[in-house]
Design a protein. Structure first.
Length: 107
């Protein structure tokens, strides 16, 4: 799915008792488990998508480019307990923000 660039990919961020899952067309792309580190990663991945983590049992929809989606998935896989992950996290968040802003001004 990420191999061919697209400007608008519908995704769903779902919060269940097992964690926060990012879905596309009903299929899980990534999951952040209910741990301190997992929920931090989920908040940052949601921020990259331009949404908030939904409340437990809820979900939120977003339409993002494949570039933003790739960055959100990458953020969800970071081990934020390691200090060397912080500069990478900051860069991925900045790039996602720039891409979301650029795509919204092109509309």
């Amino acid at each position: 799915m990420l191999a061919s660039p697209k400007a608008h990919v519908p995704v769903v961020l779902r919060h269940t008792k097992g964690g926060v899952t990012l879905l596309h067309q009903g299929r899980a792309l990534t999951r952040c488990y209910i741990t301190r580190t997992g929920m931090r990663a989920a908040r940052f991945a949601a921020h990259a998508l331009g949404v908030e983590v939904p409340a437990l049992g809820e979900q939120v929809h977003a339409r993002v480019s494949t570039g933003v989606l790739w960055r959100a998935i990458s953020i969800s896989c970071l081990d934020l307990r390691k200090p060397e992950a912080v500069p990478l996290l900051e860069r991925l968040l900045a790039e996602a923000e720039m891409q979301r802003t650029a795509s919204s001004t092109e509309l």
